[in-house]
Design a protein around this ligand. Sequence first.
Ligand code: ZN
Length: 329
Amino acid sequence: MGRSPQHVIGFDLGGTKMLATIYDPDGKAIGSSKRKTRGDQSADGIFADICQTLFKAIAEANLTPEDLAGIGVGAPGPLDMAKGILLATPNLNLRRFPLKDRLGKEFKCPVVVENDVNAGTYGEFVAGAAKGFKHVLGAFPGTGIGGGLVLDGKLYRGATGAAGEIGHMILQADGPLCGCGQRGCLEALASRTAIAKEAIGLAANGTSPTIMVQSGTDLRRVTSKALKKAVEAKEAPVIALINRSATYLGMGIANAVNLLNPEVVVVGGGLVEKFGRDYLKTVETALRRFAMPGLVADVKLVAAKLGDDAVARGAAALLLVALAAESTT
Ligand SMILES: [Zn+2]
């Protein structure tokens, strides 16, 4: 007792897993805890799991809740950031859930709740692939395509906290239908879901025997792993499909580069982790082909470095930013 609380927790509330990591005053991770998110539970059940995961991480670091300066949470949107309310979390029974208030009461410390892609981008900015840069664009192709912005060394949220929706940049006026209701969004052209939809067509018409064996024509079973197997089997139509999606991603990033003039673009998420350098090379070729030469010449395109730790790391760092802002007002 009597110690001033200096440790912070970053918490990543994902649709499939949750992760809590404790950072010491030097930013070193000193304890963490992870568990599967059970999406079929009630809101109170999910909240109990969140608290358990946090308590376990605290114990793992040999600390008590009194040692915490606060909790930073990264959660999938849409959110009411100011109030820390989860409005409608995809795959979870959380509707208008006041996470900031509930955690604040339980742990008796300040809490910030941030969009998970913003937190992930910020994590790469403070401790990952974009460390040392001031102007960063993050793009994360996976089930959807998320984007985040750090401009002038600060996370850029826009007027309502929704800035950075690179996935819904429209690249093809009459393109495939997107989950948002529009046609031809980057997400509808280049996400894993978009690739999977077309891969099913290849399985059905006999041009991808590997996808047929791995996944049949079940969209949910067309995983990155199944796609990778088809690429390894040198199935030209699948390779072309993935190259085309990477090209669209590069085109979307080129538009964002023209608009925002970043120094570095960090690309992370499932597709990059699975397809690695070849995928990134195709993205980069398209970026350099479609962006204005003067703007893109010095832009670096890099793979995200922190993987599953990015969101927790960024959420913890954003908590520290919020605490510092409070202490100066
Ligand atoms: Zn869209």
